[in-house]
Each structure stands twice: as C-alpha cells, then as structure tokens.
Design a protein around this ligand. Structure first.
Ligand code: KG4
Ligand code: ZN
Length: 340
C-alpha cells in the first residue's frame, strides 16, 4: 500500500511516501527553526503561516523524491493532534483536499503514535508488546505498547517536557534555539558531576510521572548566583553537562522501573530528545544491566517527520479505517491511550 503522510503539528512542515510497512520512498522535512530562532521558541502564528507557504512544495517534493504520481497513492495519513491547532489545520486541510480529489481513504494520526511507529520503519521485526518512552519538545511519556494501535499510558510529565527543559536551559545559557542539540554537544566538554541538580520524583516514588520545571528553576538559580561574573566557557559546559545528566538520570530511572514492572523484553525510545548522545549511551547500558533490548529510531526519524505518521496511519488504513465525510478536525489535546 502506497501511503502519503503529512505532518504539521508544530514547527516542521513534513510529507513522506511509504510503501508497505518498512519502505520509506521519501521523507521531506522543511524546518522552520530559522523563523522561530529570534524568539527562542515556536511562535504559533508564525508556524501556521510557514506551514501555508511550505506545505504544497513539500508534498510535491515528497512525491517527486519517491518517483510516484498523485494518482498512484492508495491512502493518506495526516497528524490530527496533539499540537498547535493552527498548524494542524494546514496539514489537515491539504490532506482532506487531496483525499477528496483523489477519492482516497484518509486517516487522522495521533502524533505520539507516530513517534512510536517510527521504530517499525527501520526495525520491522520489532513487534509489541514493548515499553515506549516518547521524549520530545512537547511530550515526555511512557507507554505500554500492547499492539500497534493499542497503548496504555503509564506516566507522563506533570509540567515541562524534557525537550522543553533543554530549550529553556539553553536560552538561559545564551546557546540559541533549539537547545537540545547544542547542550548535547557542549556537555561533552563539561563535568556532569560538577553541580548536583535535583532529580524530581525519582527517590521513593513508585509512580512513573516526570517533572522537569524544578530542574529548570534550579539551573536558573545557579546561574543567578553567578551573575556577578560572566560565565566562563568551562562553567557553561559544566552547567550543560550537569543539567543533561539530571534529565538523563530521571529518564533512565523511570524507564527502568516501568520495564521491570511490565516485564517486557524491549524498550523503544523516540522523539527529538532520543537523538541525545548521553541518553542513548545510558539507556543502552541500562538495557544491558536489565537484559532488555533497547531500540532508537535513527535521528532523522526521532525528530518530527511524516514517514512516522504514514507508518502509524498504515495500521488503520489496512483495517479499512477512513474519514468518510472528511470531517476530521484538529485535536490540540489528544491523549494516546486505549484503542486508537
Ligand atoms: O520530536 P521533536 O522534533 O518535536 C516535538 O514533537 O516536540 O523534538 C524536538 C525537541 C526539541 O526540544 C529539541 O531541543 C530536542 O527535541 N532535541 C534534543 C536533541 N535533539 C533535539 N534534546 C536533547 N539532545 C538532542 N541531541
Ligand atoms: Zn514530535
């Protein structure tokens, strides 16, 4: 089945074509990072406008790269939520127009199901059940994946997402936006044990929720104490490394606890923060200690993309799912749990 995926939930305009369960024929992502950089974060109104500018060229490029024509497509999958409403509506509008004109089945995809499905594209032999950690700029959540479209939420962040904390701390350190990749690089030159930042909800807590806003405040307070002196490069690297270590410790510890309680054989880690080198190292070590397989999609499939959306949509398209009357609407909040 030849499926076109469309993703516009945040600040990447993306389209992809996949054939069947594992063949990615094209995966085009137009990043809006430059447009949002001056503001240190995503500005929703700018995001919607950029999606409007880019969506058609991106879809055209996805078809051209895949060497397929519109009339070859057999289904369309589009991110329906969660995300920025104005952004989601751009992708939904184009997907509905194409589905109507081409008389194709259309399905709405949960963005988090997309992040999880990314792993099937490169590791087609991976099948549920497994534990999934989705860790990105907008989400930090642990799911028991019981089937390709059956998810049980085990815990999630009570405040900031891990990626959001990376972005905010990078802003405080004057490192620019997005913060994750810069902190990842800078931390390699720093000492992760130099500052003991807090690890919230880890000790003595049986629950699997996360909290990162206190950590961000601890970094801000640490920097304020030093504001008489400009921060030296080494100090910056030490703050970055210590902050990153705290985030990684929490993510690994909660994932370990969840995997033990489920007794699943494998863990999948996806979302933008799953690109983080230290997180990958520590998760792999945890897997060796616990006798668990640990899988990450490659970085281009961890960050927002449309191939993951097409792959998640394929599950429902194959079952005959479709939005018959094209009334699919954006869902800014859309918990991923139960049957999709
Ligand atoms: O999955 P994604 O592209 O978009 C969302 O769904 O949010 O994730 C983007 C987030 C940003 O917060 C970015 O700073 C973070 O992922 N990120 C990283 C790294 N690369 C991207 N965080 C830590 N280390 C990285 N190497
Ligand atoms: Zn995402």
């Amino acid at each position: 089945m030849l499926v076109l995926g469309i993703e516009t939930s945040c600040d990447e305009t993306a389209a992809a074509v996949i054939r069947g369960e594992e063949e990615v024929l094209s995966n085009v992502v137009a990043s809006q990072v430059e447009a949002h950089r001056p503001f240190g974060g995503v500005v929703p109104e700018i995001a919607s406008r950029k999606h409007m500018e880019w969506i058609l060229p991106v879809v055209r490029k996805a078809l051209a790269d895949a060497e397929v024509r519109l009339q070859d497509l057999e289904g369309i999958a589009v991110t329906q939520g969660p995300g920025l409403v104005g952004s989601l509506l751009v992708g939904l509008g184009v997907a509905k127009a194409l589905a109507y004109a081409l008389r194709l089945p259309l399905v709405g995809v949960n963005h988090l199901a997309g992040h999880i499905a990314a792993v099937y594209l490169e590791h087609p032999w991976i099948r549920p059940p497994f534990l999934a950690l989705v860790v990105s700029g907008g989400h930090t959540a642990l799911f028991h994946v019981r089937g390709e479209d059956r998810f049980h939420l085990m815990g999630q962040t009570r405040d900031d997402a891990a990626g959001e904390a990376f972005d905010k701390v990078a802003k405080c350190l004057d490192l620019g936006y997005p913060g994750g990749p810069v902190i990842d690089r800078l931390a390699r030159r720093g000492d992760p044990r130099s500052i003991a930042f807090p690890r919230a909800l880890v000790k003595g807590e049986a629950n699997l929720d996360f909290s990162f806003s206190g950590l961000k405040t601890a970094v801000v307070l640490h920097l304020k104490e030093r504001c008489l002196l400009p921060l030296k490069e080494q100090e910056k690297a030490d703050v970055a490394a210590s902050f990153q270590e705290a985030v990684v410790d929490v993510l690994v510890s909660k994932t370990r606890t969840a995997a033990r309680s489920l007794r699943v054989p494998r863990v999948v880690i996806s979302g933008g923060v799953a690109c983080n080198r230290r997180l990958r190292e520590c998760m792999i070590r945890m897997g060796e200690e616990e006798g668990l397989e640990v899988h990450f999609p490659s970085p281009a499939l961890c960050t927002d993309n449309a191939a993951m959306v097409a792959r998640a949509g394929l599950v429902s398209l194959k079952k005959g799912g479709r939005d018959v009357d094209l009334t699919l609407n954006a869902r800014s909040r859309w918990p991923l749990s139960g049957e999709e």
